[in-house]
Design a protein around this ligand. Structure first.
Ligand code: GDP
Ligand code: MG
Length: 182
């Protein structure tokens, strides 16, 4: 059977190690929360979403521990349509590194326009040190979308992906390129 899509997008998850990138992806793809082994190499998962009557094929790239050594390469960023920059709301350093490291890397390596979203993860935790307002403020100053979520309780996770994808579809410079390339 011939399967066609209205859109195909490449998404990626970046941010410090241990903020919960792989857990967010696993929650979104399989709706589970499990211990994840970080293995060598870049991994990606496929997901088909139906949004507003459109069939969207997502390829979502996750790092497998290389972010610990800041050795993500240009191929990881190539052709990205949507970037999810994740921090842990209980870890201020992971929040500051979005601005100091990850957004810079993304802007340096990505060659095409992309929609960016900051995501504060682990909101199930009592030990929050980064307030929601601080998150929103940083997102505003970087010109990105903003969400908070918990991969553990699943709150906010699919919402974040769906809002990101809707924004990509609504960005003419991105969805036009995609439709032409199918
Ligand atoms: P990554 O290195 O960014 O891919 O992070 P992982 O997904 O491997 O998660 C790092 C650690 O944080 C693991 O022990 C996870 O179980 C834990 N974790 C991930 N997401 C959450 C969450 O939403 N809440 C809590 N409490 N722990 C989480
Ligand atoms: Mg991981």
């Amino acid at each position: 059977m011939d399967i066609t899509y209205d859109h195909k997008f490449k998404l990626l998850l970046i941010g410090d190690s241990d903020v919960g990138k792989s857990s967010i992806l696993l929650r979104f793809i399989d709706d589970v929360f499990e211990h994840i082994h970080s293995t060598i190499g870049v991994d990606f998962k496929l997901k088909i979403l139906n949004i507003n009557g459109k069939k969207v094929k997502l390829t979502i790239w996750d790092t497998a521990g290389q972010e610990r050594f800041r050795t993500l390469t240009a191929s990881y960023y190539r052709g990205v349509d949507g970037a999810i920059l994740v921090y842990d709301i209980t870890n201020r350093n992971s929040f500051e590194n979005l601005q100091n490291i990850w957004i810079k890397e993304l802007n340096m390596y990505s060659t095409t326009p992309s929609v960016k979203m900051l995501v504060g993860n682990k909101i199930d935790q009592e030990s929050r040190v980064v307030t929601r307002d601080e998150g929103k403020e940083l997102a505003q100053s970087l010109g990105t979308m903003f969400f908070e979520c918990s991969a553990k309780t699943k709150i906010g996770v699919s919402n974040a992906f769906e809002e990101l994808v809707m924004k990509i579809i609504d960005s003419p410079e991105i969805s036009d390129i995609q439709q032409n390339s199918i």
